[in-house]
Design a protein around this ligand. Structure first.
Ligand code: HPA
Ligand code: MG
Length: 235
């Protein structure tokens, strides 16, 4: 079993490249993840993942903190949460639950409506050129509302920029973005989230609803896929 030394820590809590009051917990380039022996995970993925990159409990604690941050900023008005599917469904569901708890604890009576939009821009572990909005989305409910877009992962920000343009066409009063993960990439061309869970190196991760060709969404932790996994589920 590998034991982490003090120089082998996952993260540093320092400001990241992302904008906003708090750029997220920064996970360093050389963080290898935790040994699989330290956690439980579905047995059918034993060969397909290399390490546990961000454990489920850490995701939950960070999400709770983001919920507080969001409520402090925009929690005085009803909001429409726009969940970006499919990868964002777990983050969105947990974030909304934490927002509701914050509301109850502070005696606020806010309506949190949840809408969904489905996007696809990845094949295998590569980004494709095009953003596909799948299905015709009538988002007219966003008109005049405070909108919180909830997305699992942002890298160049190109998809987010295109999505913001799409959403703004429905004339919301205000739009903010919460992203669980922001990848540290050199070619940022688009928009970054206002609220960030973790800033991670530019590597492909799966789990907590993030997929590789639709696999691994059922993993609770965010993990690094193995070469065996990449080959096994390649299209
Ligand atoms: N994993 C899963 N989906 C993704 C990723 C990733 O690292 N980056 C963009 N979409
Ligand atoms: Mg995907």
């Amino acid at each position: 079993m590998r034991v982490n030394s003090s120089s082998d820590r996952a993260s540093e809590c320092v400001p990241s490249r992302a904008t906003g009051m708090e750029g997220g917990i920064v996970i360093k380039d050389d963080w290898p993840g935790y040994s699989l022996e330290l956690f439980t995970y579905p047995e059918h993925y034993r060969e397909d993942i290399e390490s546990v990159y961000i454990p489920h409990g850490v995701i939950m604690d960070r999400t709770e903190r983001l919920a507080r941050h969001i409520m402090d900023d925009i929690g005085d008005h009803d909001m429409v949460v726009l969940c970006v599917l499919k990868g964002g469904y777990k983050f969105c569901s947990d974030l909304v639950e934490f927002i509701k708890v914050q509301c109850r604890n502070s005696n606020k009576h806010l309506e949190t409506r949840v809408e969904f939009i489905r996007l696809k821009s990845y094949l295998n572990d590569q980004s494709t050129e095009d953003l596909h909005i799948i299905g015709s989305q009538d988002l007219s409910v966003l008109r005049g509302k405070n909108v919180l877009i909830v997305e699992a992962i942002v890298d160049t920000g190109k998809t987010m920029k295109a999505l913001l343009k799409h959403v703004e066409a429905f004339e919301p009063k205000m739009v903010k973005v919460a992203g669980l993960l922001v990848k540290r990439v050199s070619n940022v061309v688009g928009s970054l989230p206002d609220y960030v869970g973790f800033e991670i190196p530019n590597r492909f991760v799966v789990g907590y609803a993030l997929d590789y060709n639709e696999y691994f969404r059922d993993l609770n932790h965010i993990c690094v896929i193995s070469e065996i996994g990449k080959v096994k589920y390649k299209i």
